[in-house]
Design a binder for this molecule. Sequence first.
Ligand code: URA
Length: 255
Amino acid sequence: MELLDALKLQCEWGADEALAETPQDRRNAAPPVPLAFQKPPSPRRIPPATLAGPEDAALLAAACMSLDELEAAMRGFSGCALRDTATQLVFADGAADARLVIIGEAPGAEEDRAGKPFIGPAGQLLDKMLGSIGLDRTKARIINTVPWRPPGNRTPTESEIALCLPFLHRHIALIAPAGLVILGAVAAKALLGIEAQNGIRRVRGRWQQVRIEGLPTTLPALPSYHPAYLLRTPLAKRESWQDMLQLRAWLETQT
Ligand code: URA
């Protein structure tokens, strides 16, 4: 009974993840082979998935020549600690040849369970926003800045974002879309380098040019508020609607 009470107390305090009893000391993990000693990957050979740092993520991502290879490489990548607390990788939803890629922050609890991005309350709002301009998931590619759920839905750290960034760039490069929609401060910071929080307010609704590793030209990208923010701040939906209208006008020029 005491144990049950202790568990209930933890739930009341907000604990929603069962983590390991003993912490892992990642500093004592086998050091990765310095890049200078690694052979550059041949185009068709994916390096072993045990590589772990940001440079290793870049090497691994660059060697992926298809979305299937990228998904397999990300599943095997052990460098991001979020992988240990998440249920699974949340890779993507939508079309592999989409003209538009929509980038969110990170999976939440429902996405983590289902392995699919944007299916919880924020995702349902995103579906409505897309529907309002005649779009749906099958006509876009939906991905996240970080593909594993951070425990308790906390904001991903800078180092987690940096580790996952090569995979995000590679995902976009393999799709080679005509443009991007950047949802929220975390994705804006990762792709535009602008300061989070206030940054999204300054740039939302204004098309930016983003350089994606592996693509020959920059891509137009429209930053907008994250649907989770809109659920908390309904007044911002007005600005978001203006952004959707801009997106629709731009999409019309693409057909
Ligand atoms: N919020 C995100 O940014 N991505 C998801 O997949 C779900 C919620």
